[in-house]
Design a protein around this ligand. Sequence first.
Ligand code: PMP
Length: 442
Amino acid sequence: MPSASHVFHRSSRATPPRAVSGHGAYLVDENGKQYLDGSGGAAVSCLGHSDAEVIAAIQDQVGRLAFAHTGFFTSEPAERLADRLVAHAPDGIDKVYFVSGGSEAVETALKMARQYFIEIGQPSRTRFIARRQSYHGNTLGALSAGGNAWRKAPFAPLMAESHHIAPCYAYRGQEAGESLEDYGLRVANELEAELLRLGPDTVIGFVAEPVVGATMGAVPAVPGYFRRIREICDRYGILLILDEVMCGMGRTGTLFACEQDGISPDIVTIAKGLGAGYQPIGATLCSGAIHDAFAEGSGFFQHGHTYIGHATACAAADVVVGKLTDGGMTARSAEMGERLDRALRDRFGQHPHIGDIRGRGMFRGLEIVEDRETKRPFAPEKGVNKAIKAAAFEAGLICYPMGGTIDGRTGDHVLLAPPFILTDDQVGELVDKLDTAFSKVI
Ligand code: PMP
């Protein structure tokens, strides 16, 4: 029997149980214990763990052509998937660059954006603006763009230059007497102020998640925020780069989360739900205008990875995206997400330590506070989020709790991102198990 002793696990203090199988919304460990996957891992498993069509597509493709390097070939699955994505993408998006995961997708977006400005003769643009408390991936470029101080701290000497404005986070940011719209405009206008401070022609682009996932717990922007952001990007000629690695691919009830904000980005990254966990795949989608600049300029994007357009990964993702669109799974995310939201509000709406319940589609967050009135968080030393994760796991529920601080003020939260195939009974089971975990900790 193999052991975990040679696996460099992220935590060297605790080895987790070994997962041996998955069916529907459940994972099973080596002892036969069953876990309801309430977070799809980290918003990955949108179709559950045993989708027969995706599995068949992988088996079929791997038997014919597992992989052909894009230095020599294109492949039918990559072409089909790109067509399908572009057909459903926001206006103006026309090209798809395939990679193997979220960080690679963001890294690609940042380099594509930088080289775009070289191609059009604006090489003075070298900086990115993003938001505090953001996470865009763990590779050095993506980590640099993010504004999550804790994740960046050990690597600070290796970080590229980036600048950060406030996130759009009404629960803590909206002031007394301020409308949601006014709040959204106020925080969006921070982008303009920062651009003017830095010098607009030194900035490449603005990077943001339409619905903030891991670092804040399913926080959508308020109405009008992204329209204003889009206007500012256009006014100063910078690119709007949306990171939909977590919130894209139907997770929020539309294929792309930004559809609900009524805007189109210049570049958008996707991953996680794209392969639904069956294959590691991500993508960076860009406008035709960006691609044209490369085509009419150097003709070559100075970037690349071995597994670009991996045929088997693309074949799997093509079936996933087909199920999300024509197969109605995105609509199911919207519908079941509403039911999950109702169930969470019914059970926890009056809970003394749940300050906020939020999100869209099958992407929901609960913010944990010590005091609901003042929104005071629990002290970080209490480790509330870790204790909730452990208690939920014990109860047979996988959820995604995190601690967090925006300028030292944010509380712990629990992120839920279950498979879209969840049934009403499983919504009940999820809420019951979460209740069990909360009862032990808060
Ligand atoms: N961007 C966002 C918004 C993410 O949530 C993540 C992963 N949590 C990433 C990028 C990085 O993706 P990956 O872990 O696949 O590299």
